[in-house]
Design a protein around this ligand. Structure first.
Ligand code: UT7
Length: 322
């Protein structure tokens, strides 16, 4: 069993929808600015009593159902989130209990928008090493909880949601390669400055919320994602034309367009959900993936490139023979 194969996908979006028109009433912005600069029309926002684990549970149940797997089959849970329900237990452990799974390792991965790519890398290595046979890999966020809803620079960009996949050990490919990177020197460009050990509301006002120097992050994201595409193709001895589908992190349509241009791909082979979901951080890639799978666009045997860039900075890719 040399590979891990994706055998089921699922996703979930909270009911509440926040449109650009709603945001026009909250901050000094316009629908036109948001659409032209980001591609976003609307995003989903968790209800007051709805947590990251709630979203993760819905997405996971759908992925397990699609995979035809019961709780007893799952022997690893890796959950990517920046917005856990509690300091501890991890959201992965809370999810494990909800799903009536017992004894398997379950832990969170924190790589902000690259979280799902990191979680896939970790789970794939567990399976390749023979340490797990059937892994539930989740990206789930209630990013709305760390947004300053008075800051027009950031509040128009993000949304809540969850996506999940079930990976199974297989002799057939499978995940072909995973590529994970980070450079911690860039914290000041994209961060939430407060935290558990520094204290909340102690650093300065509004430090419990996302701060971003958007334009600088934008340029870094475009360049870095271009490089990760080259690295992934080179490692696998593939040409651009060998990629059937690009499933990018959904932060900004202009960043997605730039990566598609780099690959020479037409946009009808790029999964785009940013207009409906906004940036859901760790949930964005698995959400987009599940949407395209359930719409029947992505077919078995096709070659998929998933990629993401986010706070840390972190970035990475997963190449999949689906
Ligand atoms: O997922 C993690 C990685 N995150 C990203 O990849 C996000 C990367 N960054 C971006 O997507 C873009 O940089 C933004 C969408 C955040 C901003 O777009 P931009 O084209 O880089 O705009 P900008 O930051 O250069 O700002 C242009 C103008 C500014 O006004 P002045 O200084 O030119 O007068 C901003 O104050 O747009 C203004 N602005 C807004 N105007 C209306 C900023 N936010 C808004 C807003 N509505 N919501």
């Amino acid at each position: 069993m040399n590979y891990s194969r994706i055998i089921g996908t699922g996703s979930y979006l909270p009911d509440k929808v926040l449109t650009n028109q709603d945001l026009e009433k909250m901050v000094d912005t316009t629908d036109q600015w948001i659409r032209e600069r980001t591609g976003i029309n609307k995003r989903h926002i968790a209800a007051e009593n709805e947590t990251t684990c709630d979203l993760a549970e819905h997405a996971s149940r759908k992925a397990m159902e699609a995979a035809g797997k019961s709780p007893a089959d799952i022997d690893l849970i890796v959950l990517a989130t920046t917005t856990p329900d509690q300091v501890f237990p991890s959201t992965a452990c809370l999810l494990q209990s909800r799903l009536d799974i017992h004894g398997s390792p379950a832990f969170d991965v924190q790589a902000v928008c690259t979280g799902f790519i990191y979680a896939m890398g970790v789970a794939d290595n567990f399976i390749r090493a023979g340490s797990a046979k059937c892994a539930l890999v989740v990206g789930a966020e209630t990013f709305s909880r760390i947004i300053n809803w008075k800051d027009r620079d950031t509040c128009v960009l993000f949304g809540d949601g969850a996506g999940a996949v079930v990976l199974e050990a297989s002799d057939e490919p499978g995940i072909l390669s995973t590529h994970l990177h980070a450079d911690g020197d860039y914290a000041s460009l994209l961060q939430v400055p407060d935290g558990v050990s520094r204290g909340y509301e102690k650093v300065r006002d509004n430090a419990a919320f996302v701060e971003m120097r958007g334009n600088e992050v934008f340029k870094m994201a475009v360049n870095t994602l271009g490089r990760i595409v080259d690295e992934t193709l080179e490692k696998n001895g593939l040409e651009k034309a060998d990629i059937d589908w690009l499933i990018p992190h959904q932060a900004n349509i202009r960043i997605i367009n730039a990566t598609a241009r780099k690959l020479g791909m037409s946009m009808d082979h790029v999964v785009v959900t940013v207009h409906d979901h906004g940036n859901t951080s760790a949930a964005s890639v698995p959400l987009a993936f599940d949407v395209a799978v359930r719409e029947g666009r992505i077919k078995r045997g096709e070659t998929l490139l998933m990629e993401a860039f986010g706070g840390g900075f972190t970035w990475g890719s997963v190449l999949v023979k689906y």
